[in-house]
Design a protein. Sequence first.
Length: 586
Amino acid sequence: MINFQRRIFYILILYINTAFAWDFAVTTPSKIVFYDEHWQEVTSSAHQFEHIGAITFDEAEEKVYFTDEVQNNGSIFSLMIPKDYEDPHLIEKMLQRTKNEAVRSLAYDPFDRNLYWSDMLNKKIFVVSVDANAFTTPKVFLDFSHENTQPDGIAIDFCRRTLFWTNSNFTNSCIERIGLNGSERKVIVRGEMYAPHGIVVDQLTDRIYYVVDQQGIHFSVESANLDGSDRQVILKGLNNEPFSLAVTKDAIFWTDHTNRAIWGHAKFINETEGGANMILKYQDRPRGIVARIHYLTNSLNDEHCHKVVATIKNRILSIAPPTNSTLDMGAYVLRKKYCLNGGEFVAKTTSCICKIGFKGTRCEINECFNHCVHGTCVISSLGLPTCECPRSHFGPRCQWYKCASHCMNDGHCIIEDSGEPSCECKENYGGAHCEYNSTEICALYCKILKLEPDTNVPYGCHDICEELVQHSENGAETYAIPKFEHLEMCQQVDPWTSTVIVVFVCGVVASLGLMLLIVQGLRRFYKPARPRIKKTFVVRKQASPSTDTPLTNRPVATEQCEITIENCCNMNICDTVSLSSRKIEP
């Protein structure tokens, strides 16, 4: 009986300690609000602050880091997520405040357990270990004080050991990256952006996502590969001042200062996707936003992340909580059996690391459960449940039947081997969807034939028109029975036959043309040369027009000239009527 009571007590403790499971966290000036995956508020914290700003999240150790702009004691703080018997609002100072600083964005590296932040006032990016005390002087990771750079949003690719940041100086706006070892700094995105702000690295798609406050009232949500290539504009809009953003498996969420709201949009570009959806609206401006990405589950098998994620996972699983009593030991043993479906229990955070395809506080939810209406559910390489549909269904969840409403007039729908639907129509119906009623069509033709006897009637209407004349009311007065000469007997030309005819005709024409060219070439090659005709004319200077002509009086050598004409038929001299000296001068 005592053992049973202890077991019930352990289970109650376990459920109490996991009551604050959350998926999103948003900072407002006076608090941090936590939401579940459906954006229902779970709890809130840090109510003693008045100007909370940036936020980041250590998912491995369930700790949130945030900034406050006016707190006298410090500028960066940590909040431990509730566990065991500790205060659910356990807040510690991470960094002592200095006189001149303006922390804009935070980023956490779970591998080296370092915290990075951008300081817009000093134009620097700092770094400090989360294990250091609050009075440790942070290191300057990057100094932009002598550059035309305004560091704004920052993000870390902990798998490839790279830091990204946005430069919101509109005269030199861009996105840059650098190795966490301080090498290989490079501008990766530039142009067509006015003031880029928040940025995040998505390990599932190996892309960066960022928001841009464009000129005037315009804004955009964009994406690019980690090297800046394949830049894509996911959304353009108006009257929205995006500040920071977060991504999940299939969606993007960002904070908006203009409307004091959280907005959401599909992560992947989709032509059917409409504009952004307003998720929540606040009285105060929301600032920072973070989301659980479950990288310990989803990135474990990634080729670029496997080593880093495996190291982080082994580190947190190896930490066992102190057991000061038999009660603590019993609770710890029971908790190790708490995670379902192969999930692994993390003693330090009293949470579960689920196997891929499962989620929930205890890994109790199979993501494929009831996901596909028809077909088979599989987990994609991005960790998303997807459906492999049978030939007869389609849609994201195989929810649509291809034959649904495909055939009209009681036609029978069948799925062809190609996967396309087709219709077998009832008698007197035709068309791809059995949409044509041959009786109605023939009746119309027979009516016209009654008024215009020369009308051509489609073949097959004879029997229908005859039946209408004989059995319908006033049939003989309304309809006419087509005779043989009225019926259109022409059938559709066989496309194969028509193609052969076209090819044959083209071949004959081409052959005749080729033969003509060959004959013309041979004629020109073997045609004899035309004779060259030469004629010589002798003309005397000052000839007597009455007695002297070029044929009767030969001139003296000193008073004559000779003209030789070749091919005189082409020379206009032959056409001259008179060859007198008045016409031709030497």
